[in-house]
Design a protein around this ligand. Structure first.
Ligand code: NAP
Ligand code: HSE
Length: 431
């Protein structure tokens, strides 16, 4: 007979671990009614055993600072890895699977780097390695791609996947703050880490995109070749100019399928103000995807935080507790996913925004537009901001659709002109 108790080991009891434990306690009866089993937190792994905890689960929970205490406990059914980092988490997940324990994790960095290896191991052992909390916190995108949209070819997926970056850009847009001030506000409100590098340099969004590419396309896209540009270089001027033209700047993670090849990347982009993702403000996340049968679908919600992420982790635990025989980790039947066929990123075609800094003197506009013409780039709008003659002025060009390759080549030529006094700022414009 199936046992009525599911024993959990929480490896990590910080923001997400504590949130998860709170929900398990608060919704105990509700959970039992759904899965007909009681979830018991038996072990909790932390780094610092002396730290005062804001929440302590039931009396069964034993705190430890030794990974081995979890690995040696044969009563544990599911190891819930919520400590983050690469090395200890990797060892814990590998050993847990080798010891026959299912694993639930929210560790997107680890899955982006080592996912294929770990999913192969889980596949060989017929064990669950579930990860709903790893992408977009509380938004149920993993299950959606694996199950609800399983029959669709996903032709495009465009996401706002990093709440910290989205909060910073929203502050710059709505309050006219510069990047440093907006980052400080994000830190004060607890959105950004003390070291927010992964968030602001686009890497956190990149980790999540790699996971989504696996789920949507059944392919392994190496993180090392994904083009990634963050928002640390975004200037208040460009946010304000974008608004003048009717656009809003967002950090976008995108993958599109073109004839069996994937074009993917993380980059800041201008979105028209009436674009459905332009309204995703503050620390919220959203994912807009198109399936060849279902058409467009958009998901929106809290991409981080104790309870939203705990909610996603709990869904994985409950799915495993309900039916351990029906394991589905990647959504595909292969032991290891095949390598993605990757389309050169600079073949991407879109509209473009340029802001040049140039001396205000005769011949500047004609020289710049001449280079654009030579590279077959058609200008849709051009504005020169007023300034004293002979001094630096911003010149903004919005183009019609052009390949990124041609745009980058043109920019290299333009930035060599002696009247260009600073590097030209360039962003894509999404439809
Ligand atoms: P956190 O608040 O920093 O908590 C980490 C926990 O892991 C702490 O309890 C810490 O122990 C423990 N820990 C870390 N390294 C350890 C080690 N080597 N040995 C033993 N214990 C260790 O992290 P978090 O924000 O909850 O994030 C956990 C995971 O979820 C990460 O992979 C993160 O990327 C992912 N995630 C987080 C969010 C979010 O909103 N925070 C959202 C989605 C995904 P101490 O308590 O003793 O320090
Ligand atoms: N640092 C992440 C964010 C947290 O800002 O979105 C959740 O992954």
């Amino acid at each position: 007979m199936e046992k009525k108790v599911i024993n959990l080991a929480l490896a990590g009891f910080g923001t997400v671990g504590t949130g998860l434990a709170r929900i398990i306690q608060e919704n105990e009866d509700w959970i039992e009614r759904r899965i007909n089993k009681k979830l018991v937190i038996k072990k909790i792994l932390v780094r610092d055993l002396t730290r005062i905890r804001s929440f302590i689960p039931g009396p069964e929970a034993v705190f430890t600072d030794k990974v081995e205490d979890i690995l040696a406990d044969r009563d544990i059914d599911i190891v819930v890895e919520l400590m983050g980092g690469l090395d200890t988490a990797l060892r814990l997940i590998q050993k847990s699977l080798e010891n026959g324990m299912h694993v639930v994790t929210a560790n997107k960095a680890l899955l982006a780097e080592k996912g294929n290896e770990l999913f192969s191991l889980a596949h060989e052992r017929h064990l669950g390695l579930y990860y709903e909390g790893s992408v977009a916190g509380g938004i149920p995108i993993v299950q959606t791609l694996k199950n609800s949209l399983a029959g669709n070819r996903i032709t495009s997926l465009t996401g706002i996947l990093n709440g910290t970056a989205n909060f910073i850009l929203s502050e710059m847009t709505s309050r006219g703050q510069d990047f440093a001030a907006a980052l400080n506000t994000a830190k004060e409100l607890g959105y950004a880490e003390a070291d927010p590098t992964l968030d602001i340099e686009g890497l956190d969004a990149a980790h999540k995109l790699i996971i989504l590419i696996r789920l949507a396309h059944g392919a392994d896209y190496p993180l090392s070749v994904l083009p990634v540009q963050g928002i640390s270089g975004v200037k208040r001027t460009d946010v304000a100019l974008a608004a003048e033209f009717g656009y809003v700047l967002k950090l976008i993670a995108q993958v599109r399928e073109k004839s069996g090849h994937l074009q993917a990347g993380v980059f800041p982009a201008l979105l028209p103000m009436d674009h459905i993702l332009a309204k995703v403000d503050g620390p919220f996340n959203s994912i807009l995807l198109k399936g060849n049968a279902v058409g467009p679908i958009m998901l929106y919600g809290q991409g981080a935080g104790d309870l939203p992420t705990g909610s996603a982790v709990l869904a994985d635990i409950m799915a495993l507790a309900r039916d351990k025989a029906r394991i589905d980790n990647t959504g595909f039947r292969e032991r290891a996913l095949p390598k993605a066929h990757i389309l050169e990123p600079d073949l991407a075609v879109s509209r473009h925004y340029f802001r040049m800094t140039a001396l205000d003197k005769p011949g500047v506009l004609s020289a710049v537009s001449g280079v654009m013409g030579e590279h077959n780039i058609s200008i849709a709008q051009a504005v020169q901001k007023p300034g004293p003659e002979g001094r630096d002025v911003p010149i903004v060009f919005l183009t019609h659709r052009a390949p990124l390759k041609a745009v980058l080549q043109a920019l290299r030529v333009i930035d060599e002109f002696n009247f260009i006094t600073g590097p030209t700022v360039h962003y894509r414009i999404l439809k």
